[in-house]
Design a protein around this ligand. Structure first.
Ligand SMILES: O=P(O)(O)O[C@@H]1[C@@H](OP(=O)(O)O)[C@H](OP(=O)(O)O)[C@H](O)[C@H](OP(=O)(O)O)[C@H]1OP(=O)(O)O
Ligand SMILES: Nc1ncnc2c1ncn2[C@@H]1O[C@H](COP(=O)(O)OP(=O)(O)OP(=O)(O)O)[C@@H](O)[C@H]1O
Length: 432
């Protein structure tokens, strides 16, 4: 993933050996702390190996400022484009993004209590107004897309499935010394709003800031212009339409910022899961016939130079070969990974005379910060998860069409009203 994001933003960690007894004890200790929804996954307690990663809630580049207070904002932006593939069978997928559709299914399944107004297409638009709206929406309903840490400790966002810290006044109290160090701002709702605005501004600027070159930088996946640059379900878009404006601005992302690189990696999903699934089936059938080929085809790695070279073929013309199917499957896995990773932005206050040209600096109205950005959770999504992706895609779209779009449509909604007359009411009956 370093090829896509750049050397400095991906921390591959180090493999370390641990005593088995320590791992067993650790597993027992963390198990009760794990969110319920994650309990289907277990820690590997038998290998005796672990990955040691740097603490990304800390600044990554300038160790000497480590003693300073540090803020870290973690954003899981999710998929920032609407599929442009001709394999898409439902028109709605060309209009409403997956995140916005998925919100309805997640609320119905009880994963979240309320839907979020966040739409990834607003964040990835590069338009400051839309980005501001997206970030504000994340602050209103953080779900698993936003966390804020102060000195490494979670101060805002969901700890687990149940417990969420989302009090803006409390957040402002934590942030005030960072943004208004010499005070001068009275507390109250105005103060809270001002601080939140400052925070959003700083996040926007860091997300749009230049990052170092990466190897895949010249790899033109797909121009953003090919798909729709806004999502019809975005609350920002709906508000514009209500106000009689129909053209949504998309300023485009600077080509060297981390959001742009993330989006390019996501866009390696060129065929959409609907176009990809038959290719996955082709690979599966081939493997059934020639199981010994699995390692030659590098299905499970090694993710080396040869693997990377194959990813560079961006053609979408299917020549019926296994090679074509496999390339698309592996590109899809990269895209999936980029759709589910998190961006960590660490900020540490600095004084004007301490800021040199070598250090990236972001300015707020009354303070300035040195910062670092990193990408987290970049282990490649497994080949085996493709059938699950295919099923989930169908579920998300069908749920949306049945329960959301149908209700917005006047003809369908009258059908629903008629159906309401047929509601079966169950009464409790006491048997004597
Ligand atoms: O499919 P999605 O979009 O729901 O993404 C899953 C995430 O749900 P989200 O939508 O972000 O709430 C999901 O997030 P949570 O664990 O629910 O916070 C995981 O990141 C999951 O990845 P993996 O299967 O654990 O490797 C993610 O699964 P993958 O699709 O990335 O495999
Ligand atoms: N190196 C790190 N530095 C700081 N925080 C981290 C680091 N790695 C993970 N985290 C925190 O832990 C959370 C979960 O991490 P991550 O998503 O990588 O785990 P996972 O592999 O998906 O978890 P699971 O074990 O449940 O499968 C992240 O969202 C982040 O808040």
């Amino acid at each position: 993933m370093k090829q896509f994001f750049g050397e400095n933003y991906v921390h591959h960690g180090e493999i370390i050996q641990l005593p088995l007894d320590f791992v067993r004890q650790l597993c027992l200790k963390i198990q009760p702390e794990r969110p319920e929804s994650r309990c289907d996954k277990d820690m590997d307690t038998l290998s005796g190996y672990a990955m040691c990663l740097p603490n990304l809630t800390r600044l990554q580049t300038y160790r000497f400022v480590e003693h300073r207070p540090i803020l870290c904002i973690e954003i899981k932006p999710k998929c920032g484009f609407i599929p442009f593939s001709s394999h898409v069978s439902q028109e709605i997928k060309h209009k409403v993004c997956r995140y916005c559709m998925h919100q309805h299914l997640k609320v119905a399944n009880g994963k979240w209590k309320r839907p979020s107004k966040y739409c990834p297409l607003d964040l990835f638009s590069g338009n400051k107004q839309r980005m501001h709206f997206a970030l504000k929406s994340l602050l209103q309903e953080a779900q698993n897309n936003l966390k804020i840490f102060k000195n490494g400790e979670l101060i805002y966002g969901c700890k687990d499935d149940q417990e969420c810290v989302s009090d803006w006044n409390e957040l402002a109290r934590h942030l005030k010394p960072f943004f208004f160090p010499s005070n001068g701002l009275v507390s109250g709702p105005h103060c809270t709003r001002t601080i939140v605005k400052e925070l959003i501004h700083v996040i926007t600027m860091t997300l749009l800031s230049s990052t170092d070159a990466c190897r895949a930088g010249d790899m033109k996946t797909v121009p953003v212009s090919q798909g729709r640059s806004y999502c019809e379900a975005s609350a920002f878009n709906k508000e514009l339409v209500r106000n009689g404006k129909h053209k949504l601005e998309s300023s485009g992302l600077p080509k060297d910022c981390l959001l742009y690189k993330t989006l390019q990696a996501q866009m390696l999903d060129m065929l959409d899961i609907e176009g990809l699934y038959p290719l996955y089936t082709r690979v599966e059938q081939y493997l059934e016939e020639f199981p010994e080929e699995r390692s030659t085809l590098q299905i499970d790695g090694p993710y080396n130079e040869a693997f990377y070279e194959k990813l560079l073929d961006l053609s979408t013309e299917d020549d019926g070969t296994i090679a074509f199917a496999l390339t698309k499957v592996q590109q899809y896995r990269i895209a999936m990974t980029a759709k589910d990773c998190s961006i960590m932005i660490s900020l540490s206050p600095c004084l004007q005379d301490e800021c040199s040209e070598q250090r990236p600096v972001v300015l707020a109205s009354k303070s300035r910060f040195t910062f670092s950005v990193s990408v987290l959770d970049l282990d490649l999504k497994p080949y085996e998860s493709i059938p699950h992706q295919y099923k989930l895609d169908g579920k998300i779209v069908n749920y949306y069409l049945k329960n959301v779009q149908a209700k917005d449509d006047p003809v369908m909604s009258s059908l629903f009203k008629e159906n309401e007359d047929c509601t079966l009411v169950l009464h409790k009956v006491t048997l004597k």
